[in-house]
Each structure stands twice: as C-alpha cells, then as structure tokens.
Write a protein that binds this ligand. Structure first.
Ligand SMILES: Nc1ncnc2c1ncn2[C@@H]1O[C@H](COP(=O)(O)OP(=O)(O)OP(=O)(O)O)[C@@H](O)[C@H]1O
Length: 229
C-alpha cells in the first residue's frame, strides 16, 4: 500500500480522509492499514469511515458498528433502500448499475458533508485488471479505474491505496485479522459481469503464472501506434 500511496502522492499533511467501508475484506484491510500507518508516519491525517447500508435484511451494519467500536473508530452509517429499490419493478436498469451509482453518489455527499476532500476506496489490483476487461467487453473501450482521481474540479479526490495489492493477499490478511466479513445478502451477489470476468481470469492465471503480472504491466505500456485508429 505504501508503494501506491507514494507513487501517486495520495495523502498530504492535514488531509481528512473518508474511507468507504463496505464490510468486505478489502475495505476492512484498507481502513486497518491506513489507521496503522497513521501511528508511525510523520504525515498527519484523519480517517472517517462511512458505510452506505443498501437496506437488505441481514446486512453487515451491525457487525461494522461493533468492530469499529472495538477499534475506536467512529463510523458513520447511512441507511438507504438502494438495494431493494434496484431489484424492484420501478428499476428498468441493471440492478448493480443503479445501486452502485446511488451508493457512489451518497458516499460523495457524506464525505463532502463531513469535510473530507479525499475518499479512499478499497479497490485492489485484481479489481483494476477486471475493470479493464469489463470496459473492453461491455463498454467497448480500453480503460480502468484510476488510483488517484479528482472529481468536481478537485473538490473531492478518490484514492485507491490498494491499487497495487493482490486480492489473495487481502483475503489472507482479512482472515488473519479476523475482520467480520458476513455473507453478502444482495440477490445479485456473484452474478455480476465482474464475477464472469473474474472466473475467466482465474482460469487463465491457473494456466500461466505470468499472465496477471503481464496484464498489469501492459496498462502502463500502451503502444498506441499499434492500435487501429
Ligand atoms: N456499501 C458501501 N459503503 C461504503 N463504501 C462502499 C460500499 N460498497 C463499496 N464501497 C467502497 O467501494 C469499494 C469497492 O466496492 P466493491 O463493491 O468492489 O466492494 P466489495 O467487494 O463489496 O467489498 P470490499 O471491496 O470492501 O472487499 C469498497 O472497497 C469500498 O471502499
């Protein structure tokens, strides 16, 4: 994580950083690592975890509140009905698309209200690779998520400190640290385009250990002159 933080100068002295806490392994790891780092680096920053509760029965809000309390973190929880609405008849779009858009908007609004100009998200290296293929397969473009991305003329900057970190490491870390990661109650969990791309990549990685590193490197090595105009 330190490598990514340095590469993009993600954190500056005095930053108030909102941290998107989903209750999944990545955002737990992100929050924990940023909090641990706070204690030993000369840069002063504060952390403000936010959970957007999508409103499903049996969601992780309770576990999030309890774990944050134990760690001494003050978490802000926004209760919404984004999940059930996205899966109801009023929605004519893909449920994941609508729910993710609403969640993102609410995260930005909450961060802004709390005076945070940075919003840290837990996307990891595998997420960046999957997004590259999702954008190619389903949007017809070559792009992925940026590790450091300003929005609204720089009013809020999204940072992704785990952009260089492998998902498998985060999975192991979450297990060792015993972060509470309850099963996702969303009916669309595991049925997304991301799940299909993840599955495709898993098979390729099993075949050849170099493929993942090569894909990640290729994002920094675009030979535009060899692409059709
Ligand atoms: N409900 C939420 N509330 C707050 N932040 C969220 C929420 N859902 C997602 N995020 C943020 O967006 C990032 C990416 O979202 P994604 O849907 O991939 O998360 P996930 O796979 O459910 O959980 P995680 O990434 O934490 O393991 C998360 O790491 C987290 O920082």
């Amino acid at each position: 994580m330190g490598k990514a933080l340095h590469a993009y100068s993600m954190i500056q002295d005095g930053d108030r950083i909102a941290v998107g806490l989903s209750g999944g392994k990545d955002s737990w790891a992100l929050m924990w690592l940023l909090a641990e780092r706070q204690t030993r680096v000369p840069v002063r920053y504060s952390l403000h975890p936010i959970h957007i509760d999508p409103g499903f029965e049996g969601g992780p809000s309770g576990a999030i509140e309890a774990f944050c309390r134990r760690m001494g973190w003050t978490v802000h929880i926004e209760r919404t009905d984004f999940g059930p609405v996205a899966h109801s008849d009023v929605n004519r779009e893909n449920p994941c698309f609508l729910c993710a858009r609403n969640r993102r908007r609410r995260l930005f609004e909450a961060a802004d209200r709390m005076g945070c100009r940075k919003l840290a998200l837990g996307h990891n290296k595998d997420d960046l690779i999957e997004t590259l293929f999702i954008n190619m397969f389903y949007a017809g473009e070559i792009s992925t998520m940026m590790a450091h991305q300003p929005f609204f003329d720089g009013r809020i900057t999204v940072i992704r400190p785990l952009a260089y970190t492998d998902e498998a490491h985060l999975e192991r870390f979450a297990r060792i640290m015993q972060f509470p990661v309850p099963p996702n109650p969303c009916p669309s969990a595991g049925r997304s385009k991301r799940a299909a791309v993840k599955d495709m990549l898993r098979r390729l990685y099993a075949d050849n250990r170099k493929i993942k590193g090569n894909i990640f490197r290729s994002m920094r090595h675009v030979r535009a002159e060899y692409l059709p105009r």
